[in-house]
Design a protein around this ligand. Sequence first.
Ligand SMILES: [Zn+2]
Length: 385
Amino acid sequence: MNPQRLITHYASQQPEILETIRKLVVEETPTDDKQRLDAFAAKLANRYRAAGLDTEIIVNPVRGNHIRARAAPTRVADANAAPALILCHYDTVWPVGSLDTHPFRVDEQGWAYGPGIFDMQSSLALVEYALRGAQTLNLQLPRPVTVLVTSDEEIGSPTSRQLIEEEARRAAYVLVMEPPLPGGVLKTTRKGGEHFTLMISGKAAHAGIEPEKGISAIQELAHQILALHSLTNLEIGTTVNVGVVNAGTRPNVIAAQAEARIDVRAWTKAEMERVSAAILALTPVMTGTDVQVTGGERRPPLERSVTGALFEQAQTIGHTLGLDLQEGAAGGGSDGNLTGALGVPTLDGLGTPGHGAHADHEHIEVDQIGGRVALLTALLMKLIP
Ligand SMILES: [Zn+2]
């Protein structure tokens, strides 16, 4: 594999790839619209089939259907080797109709805009063209490649997690096509995240007539919120945030019920465990109240112990392509957190460089597309887990 040949090949395909990205972006695929998601999955599966991938739709009764595609065995040197797993999701956070206010367009500095273009509709095209390129350029991939394109990453992958973990367990390594950090920087650490719900019951009473008979769930909640927020340690990046509170009925009623929803983030498994143990052990401060906690781990942290070795190889491979790859940390999670937690080497942030995931200015840098497809192809050819 001649790196220069990859660069030249994909640079010449950049307009075609951008047109493919446009077609994907204008479909609009919010996580909660199964009909649209299924239609999109069918179309994308057809594209992947046309690109020579062995492609199946995995029917999902709840959310959008998932897609699993495999590189043609004729292109694989060792069909028995553990596969490389590529993870994509095709759901976005953008509701239907976002195209009216955020149409697909390319501005004068070569940035392409559109709902979900950065996170991560453009990645779906990168994967397609990398695997097309393997055929056009007559490359022999060292190992099988499995591509999963899932429908519910933006809500924490409730229906795809099992599938992702199954494929990851048999994989040699995992490449996650999430957007990179600014400058195309790969993500080698990500915070883990947990959600908890705290339910408090007290005793209702008329606040004017017999206040002594009431026990305020809201007062108890106030104690609990202070205790929860005191678990935050910003220095080491651990946060506990009570983000939603519901309680009470009327000003003249002592509240019998209160509920809080809690978001926890940390860089390490040890910190996640410290904080969740403390939350699960919460007890009432006020006599006569009851405190119940439910919830727990959504995504374990992605730690450098499972990403560092792949990143260092990627950096070397990037140099042969003229790319200066750097690494960084992300506060949010991805499906890479799930595969990393299984101990499978994982590299995240391989999408097209750009800015503004989930934000009004969400865009990709068009002149980076070719280089990023070349990088993905070269990684599939060269990475050794
Ligand atoms: Zn994403």
